[in-house]
Design a protein around this ligand. Structure first.
Ligand code: NOJ
Length: 564
């Protein structure tokens, strides 16, 4: 049994190192901030770093251990900042390097660690290196930092291979050479404004070591590594055609020549060494959409990254059997390489789980849902399941990721007008895929203010639905039954009972449609079936995702119990 941990956090303070095996990231709850939609101090309709600083007390009160910020570096924003033009400066949209330092310092003063997004697969086409490559001839060192190739056919007018962009359309764009003639092609797994680096070139390795050190020297606690399964491509770039209905990042495909190539692991071994030069348990978390837990676990072998997102868990159906299986496979699969599992239900690329868990039609990752999508969710059912799912997730041992707004129970915004959509997926598929804008709508903070307190001017880069007044942070703060109160209670109780550092023990004797386990002193029950689950004798309820009915756990509800 885990002993009761009554220390305020159970974690060392930022900047200090702990003994191996008790590092902060093993059990941390990390809150994802999508800066453009979090809080906007400047009033231009796009969130910024001073907005983050202004709300750190709210995050401390929520009880998170760390924040991860999606990119805020200099960028033309063709893919909401995942198209970086300068890796070592802040985009004026979000503030200045000074604003970043202030935010970092203010977070550390509250014992909140900060990890930032690193985008190493591709840069923006506005990056100095890419501009130099365009101005330089084929075969030059400037071109060798990206994936330039000659086209096929007599006049080179056919792309070098048949790869599709994750966002739709070809993964190749042909350049016009400086002399005005049609020239070589460059690879972009994403938008044409996001050329892929060539990671077989040592110069690229050197540059990213410099970038890592730039931010580590400023004091960041780690990095979330974008497209961590994509940096290395198979030799000779063999043809491959992704399935139409696949997850856009490759999460359900095998043997893809641009995902999960062995060479990526050498890069993370190298970065592991860079982070180890610094005090304070710095950490890397990989975004690697691989089809199985066993595959994902390769990213967290002892000399590679510290964490990787558990997307198998994110995409798992809301069914007792599926949930039991993915939890078991995660703990065993990551455990086999000595890593804790992570858990995640939402992020800025997927349909928010308060909607996704009640969809009645398939919705592949990245494709989004909109007014004409089949199988739209019933909002009440989605929220009920989301609350139960989060309560289940936060009781599991390991690290957990939350996505801004889920603590308010925000649903996906399905009815966004077409003319406001901004995801490159929407444009590159000519509206065939809605894309990810529906999970990126600015947060509602105060029900009665302009843009619900997102800023003081009422401007918002995506419109907020009028019904969000009820979901605003201030409307939920004092309401004990609110989703915000549930999250706060769950995080407080998780910390108090050391659940993040505990061990899971499955309980038998419950019906098949219940997931039942103990983590230390706490018994956790989630009922997926229609028939209520009776509480064990002498149990005291620490938390229930919805009220119990006649002392039993109804369908789509999670409870945490201790012996009375
Ligand atoms: C994954 C990021 O999470 C997503 O938002 C982005 O569009 C792609 N990588 C490309 O950087």
């Amino acid at each position: 049994m885990t002993s009761l941990d009554l220390s305020p956090s159970g974690l060392t303070a930022p900047g200090t190192s702990s003994t191996p095996g008790s590092e902060w990231w093993r059990s941390a709850v990390i809150y994802q901030i999508y800066p453009r939609s979090f809080a906007d101090q400047s009033g231009d309709g796009i969130g910024d770093l001073p907005g983050v600083t202004a709300h750190l007390d709210d995050l401390a009160e929520l009880g998170v251990d760390a924040i991860w910020l999606s990119p805020f570096m200099v960028s033309p924003q063709k893919d909401a900042g995942y198209d970086v033009a300068d890796y070592c400066d802040v985009d004026p949209l979000f503030g200045t390097l000074g604003d970043f330092d202030d935010m970092l310092d203010a977070a550390h003063r509250r014992d909140i660690r900060v990890i930032i997004d690193l985008v190493p697969n591709h840069s923006s086409d506005q990056h100095e290196w890419f501009q130099q490559a365009l101005a330089a001839p084929a075969g030059s060192p400037e071109r060798a930092r990206y994936m330039f190739r000659d086209g096929k056919g007599v006049d080179g007018a056919t792309p070098p291979n048949n790869w599709d962009s994750v966002f739709g359309g070809s993964a190749w764009t042909r350049v016009t050479e400086p002399d005005g003639t049609p020239g070589q092609w460059y690879l972009h797994l994403f938008d044409e404004s996001q050329p892929d680096f060539d990671w077989s070139n040592p110069v690229v390795h050197e540059e990213f070591r410099r970038i890592l050190r730039f931010w580590l020297d400023r004091g960041v606690d780690g990095f979330r590594v974008d497209v961590a399964h994509g940096l290395v491509k198979a030799d000779d770039l063999p043809d491959y055609h992704a399935p139409e209905d696949g997850d856009s990042m490759g999460g359900n495909e095998r043997n893809v020549p641009y995902w999960g190539q062995d060479g990526v692991h050498d890069i993370y071994r190298d970065w592991h060494g860079v982070l180890a030069e610094y005090e304070g348990d710095r950490a890397l978390c990989g975004e690697a959409w691989m089809p199985t837990v066993a595959e994902m676990a390769k990213w967290v072998r002892p000399d590679e990254m510290q964490q990787t997102f558990n997307f198998a868990y994110l995409v798992s159906d809301w069914k007792a059997k599926k949930q039991r299986r993915v939890i078991r496979e995660s703990i065993e699969g990551f455990g086999a390489v000595g890593a804790p599992s992570t858990w995640v239900l939402s992020n800025h690329d997927v349909v928010r789980h308060a909607s996704r868990l009640a969809l009645t039609a398939a919705s592949p990752q990245g494709q989004g849902i909109g007014p004409d999508s089949p199988g739209k969710p019933i909002p009440e059912l989605g929220l009920r399941r989301a609350r139960a799912a989060t309560a289940l997730m936060l009781a599991l041992p390991g690290g957990a990721y939350l996505y801004q707004g889920e603590e308010l129970g925000l649903p996906e915004v399905i009815e966004l007008p077409n003319e406001v959509r901004q995801d490159p997926t929407w444009f590159r598929t000519a509206g065939e895929r809605y894309g990810r804008d529906g999970c990126r709508v600015p947060l509602p903070w105060n029900a009665d203010e302009p843009a619900f307190g997102f800023n003081a001017t009422g401007a918002a880069w995506l419109p907020q639905p009028a019904e969000w007044a009820e979901l605003a942070h201030d409307a939920q703060t004092a309401d004990e039954a609110s989703t915000l109160s549930l999250y706060r209670l769950a995080l407080r109780t998780r910390r108090r009972y050391g659940l993040g550092r505990g061990e899971l023990e499955w309980l038998s004797g419950y019906r098949r449609k219940a997931v039942a386990f103990r983590n230390g002193e706490v018994t956790v029950l989630t009922n997926f079936g229609r028939r209520p689950v009776v509480l064990p004798d002498g149990a005291r309820v620490l938390l229930a995702s919805e009220p119990l009915e006649n002392g039993a756990v109804p369908q789509d509800v999670t409870v945490w119990l201790v012996a009375d």
